[in-house]
Design a protein around this ligand. Structure first.
Ligand code: AMP
Length: 544
């Protein structure tokens, strides 16, 4: 027997429509690429998104066509995104931090027909244009007054592009499984692979993430998504915020500590989300200036493991609650959130901190297990660690054009490539990327755990641990540190600091200091590059 409920497709245009109608007066504030602050209401954002849709139709864009965006978080990017997806085309967010050759590869692979881009990237695109085979025209996210002289094909200012269209448009009723968005994973090996979101997966993910114990966004929130829209849907904020009509503060291109602080205060931001490196810059700014945070209540931190020092500083020094989250592009992207259990409210802070350091529990829609290499499920005892696998309606079933082959196991679970434990309460903790685990004497050492503790040292700004070849143990950990500006520390001081905080056999065999640690396009430490750099490094213990 079938249920007797209406067939109401889960479309992202429904989010835009609901937001425009019921939260029409709420604002999207942007630090514009041209310079000044810019303010617009959601009502106008929807009008303009409809004009984007009509302008795309006028250009000949059809349902299923890919339209690229190479852009920072701004109101124009948001309008373009809803306009593209709403009319049935596929928004393809491109990460500008990728190597130019990778940008060309993915734009060609996706067969983008139009590219919306910021003024910032015009010079880069002019150099690349010869390699971008499928792009028919470039829409520069600015107005005629700021339009640069450019050789880009069919270049037009965004404001002129949409001025030719009116907003007399009804969002089409699409099948909810229609492709909606495309985001390539910045894999460290091989070519990037395309994750193709559907309308249904985006809407379900936004609903799931927005539950009370999850991001729990509200109409009264003012949200600063520092995490870029090109990093997996800005962790769903581009959908979740509009679903509840929360105001947005779009940071544009300036993400340093002082710029973020200024936005938090002047726009009275209550919630924000970013990777740990961004928060480190903000916290360093606060420490240097002695400034306080007056309106910020909560932050979501993910993308890499959140060090204990960040959680403690936010919560103890600034009264800002930290929500540690884990996810990946293939998961739309959030998989787990460090949602506390009710009985934990009475726990001493030190105990609570141990739980907050874990990546958290899956929200509804995500199933999770850990297995050994043979695919056998491992116990959820908080000790056994194995390959982390997930299943759910907002998790990739494969990559665009079949790249990477079959990515699901026999039960339909996707292998995340992460190694993790799951405790009896369901809290998952990432111990490593499978390829970064340090294998010492047949046992595994978690590089993430050592890094987390090392950045708690007052002089350490950033830390990375890699495995270095060892004649007796196969591999032993090498700790690489970047010191805070004006601070000093020796190898011995760092090792003494770690002593007692980790198992003896996990102690790094050596500590080296670098001015800078290389990062990937999504802000993660480039372990491959570090391993390459220290490939011939001779540990003192190896001489024995
Ligand atoms: P991306 O697809 O660029 O978002 O990268 C996803 C990967 O980032 C995951 O597979 C993890 O290895 C890592 N990651 C994301 N969030 C966390 C976290 N909270 N702790 C540790 N690793 C994380």
């Amino acid at each position: 027997m079938q249920g007797l409920m209406q067939d109401w497709p889960l479309l992202v245009s429904k989010i835009m429509e609901h937001c425009g109608r019921y939260y029409g007066d709420q604002q999207v504030v942007t630090r514009s690429i041209e310079g000044p602050m810019h303010r617009i209401t959601y009502r106008e954002v929807e009008f303009r998104a409809k004009r984007v849709a009509k302008a795309l139709l006028a250009h000949g864009i059809k349902q299923g066509d890919r339209v690229g965006t190479l852009a920072w978080n701004t109101w124009r990017h948001l309008e373009a995104w809803y306009g593209i997806a709403g009319m049935g085309a596929v928004y393809h967010t491109i990460n500008p931090r990728l190597f130019p050759s990778q940008i060309a590869y993915i734009a060609n692979h996706a067969e983008d027909r139009i590219l919306f881009t910021d003024l910032t990237f015009v010079p880069l695109l002019e150099k690349l244009a010869g390699e971008l085979k499928t792009i028919e025209r470039y829409v520069i996210l600015t107005d005629a007054g700021h339009m640069p002289k450019t050789t880009l094909k069919g270049a037009i200012a965004y404001e002129d592009f949409i001025a030719a269209a009116d907003a007399d448009y009804v969002w089409p009723r699409l099948d909810e499984n229609t492709a909606c968005g495309l985001c390539y994973t910045s894999g460290t090996t091989g070519n990037p692979k395309g994750v193709l979101y559907s309308h249904r997966s985006n809407v379900l993910h936004a609903l799931a993430v927005n539950a009370g114990d999850g991001l729990g966004l509200k109409n009264s929130d003012v949200i600063l998504p520092i995490v870029p829209m090109f990093h997996a849907n800005a962790w769903s904020i581009a959908f979740s915020a509009l679903q509840v009509g929360a105001s947005l503060v779009m940071p544009g291109m300036r993400l340093d500590g002082a710029s973020v602080f200024e936005l938090l205060e002047t726009e009275k931001v209550t919630f924000s989300a970013a990777v740990p490196t961004v928060w480190l810059m903000l916290l360093q700014h606060l420490e240097q200036t002695g400034a306080k945070l007056s309106t910020l209540k909560r932050v979501a931190i993910g993308g890499s493991a959140c060090p204990q020092a960040i959680i403690e500083k936010f919560e103890r020094n600034y009264g800002v609650e930290v929500m540690h989250a884990w996810g990946m592009t293939e998961l739309s992207p959030i998989g787990t959130l460090a949602m506390m259990k009710p009985e934990m409210a009475a726990w001493p802070y030190e105990e609570l901190l141990k739980v907050k350091l874990k990546q958290g529990r899956p929200m509804f829609t995500v199933e999770m297990k850990i297995t050994d290499d043979a695919g056998r499920e491992l116990p959820r005892d908080g000790k056994a660690f194995g390959r982390l696998k997930v299943r759910g309606p907002a998790i990739a079933s494969g990559y665009l054009k079949g790249e990477g082959g079959n990515v699901l196991d026999a039960d339909g679970f996707f292998d995340t490539g992460d190694v993790a434990t799951i405790d009896p309460d369901g809290f998952m903790q990432i111990t490593d990327r499978a390829k970064d685990v340090i294998k010492s004497g047949g046992e595994w050492i978690s590089s993430i755990e050592i890094e987390n503790i090392a950045v708690g040292h007052p002089a350490v700004a950033e830390a990375a641990v890699i495995g270095v070849a060892h004649p007796k143990w196969d591999e032993r950990p090498l700790l690489i540190c970047v010191l805070k500006k004006g601070m000093a520390a020796t190898r011995e001081e760092i090792l003494t600091y770690l002593d007692g905080k980790i198992a003896k056999w996990w102690m790094p065999d050596d500590v080296v200091f670098l001015d800078e640690i290389p990062h990937t396009a999504t802000g993660k430490i480039q372990k491959m590059e570090l391993r390459e750099k220290f490939k011939s490094y001779r540990l003192p213990s190896a001489a024995a």
